[in-house]
Design a protein around this ligand. Structure first.
Ligand code: RB5
Length: 147
């Protein structure tokens, strides 16, 4: 799968480890994040990963900052994006199955690398269930079209 990944300075190490993990698993990964530890602004990277997913440049996105919150809030401002902050695998799985999340976010200051890998695995292996969940996701997306 072609996956985008983005991060700010708080998540540079975790981004590198998750990127390597995904490549080892055979995914193609596009890096939209910073590779530096210099302070940057997470909205810039949230927008980048959001636009990459919304345009179809990548199928899914992973966004990491200190908490996962700032970068997900920014990504969610891009039309078509459903970014979900997940600190454990159960929420990650349900965010795909029920909410059809197309961006997974988590915090490098919140979860350790092994838990982060479990969250990523669960998220990538889960499939959207459609049906009544599709109706609800449609309702979410319709909000974007109202003034
Ligand atoms: C950066 O210090 C921090 O604010 C950022 O990584 C993130 O946690 C924001 O939501």
């Amino acid at each position: 799968m072609k996956i985008g990944i983005a991060n700010d300075h708080a998540a540079t190490d975790m981004k590198k480890q998750i990127l390597e993990y995904l490549v080892e698993k055979g995914h193609e990964v596009v890096n939209y994040g910073t590779d530096s530890y210099e302070s940057v602004n997470y909205p810039e990277f949230g927008e980048k990963i959001g636009r990459a997913v919304a345009s179809g440049e990548v199928e899914l996105g992973i966004a990491i900052c200190g908490t996962g919150l700032g970068i997900s809030l920014a990504a969610n401002k891009v039309h078509g994006v459903r970014a979900a902050v997940c600190s454990e695998p159960y929420t990650a799985r349900l965010s795909r199955q029920h909410n059809n999340a197309n961006v997974l976010a988590f915090g490098a200051r919140v979860v350790g690398i092994e838990l982060a890998k479990m969250i990523v695995d669960e998220w990538l292996s889960a499939e959207f269930m459609g049906g009544r969940h599709q109706d609800r996701v449609d309702m979410i997306m319709e909000i974007e079209n109202r003034p």
